[in-house]
Ligand binder design. Structure first.
Ligand code: SF4
Ligand code: SF4
Length: 80
């Protein structure tokens, strides 16, 4: 997974470090660094929690996830 952190935007809050279920990030000198990018499962939870939108996952976009979520909700509503 190609994960980029905008060093100018990162606040060093550590929320992505705590939130990531796969321990992808580590704080180094006040900046989040994706030290284990291969662990990433693409859940995009870190995007949602980052207050400064400093994270980028090449090839995966939050809008796509929201679109999929909406489609799943629509499907479930039809079944239930
Ligand atoms: S997308 Fe999910 S697994 Fe990947 S770095 Fe973000 S929180 Fe961790
Ligand atoms: S959540 Fe965002 S601002 Fe906070 S450490 Fe992670 S990348 Fe930086």
């Amino acid at each position: 997974m190609d994960i980029r952190v905008d060093k100018d935007a990162c606040l060093g809050c550590g929320l992505c470090v705590k939130d990531c279920p796969m321990d992808v990030y580590e704080l180094q000198e006040g900046i989040s660094v994706p030290v284990k990018p291969k662990n990433c499962m693409g859940c995009l939870s870190c995007h949602e929690i980052c207050p400064s939108q400093a994270l980028e996952h090449r090839g995966i976009y939050p809008a796509r996830r929201h679109y999929i979520d909406i489609r799943v909700c629509e499907m479930l509503n039809r079944v239930i």
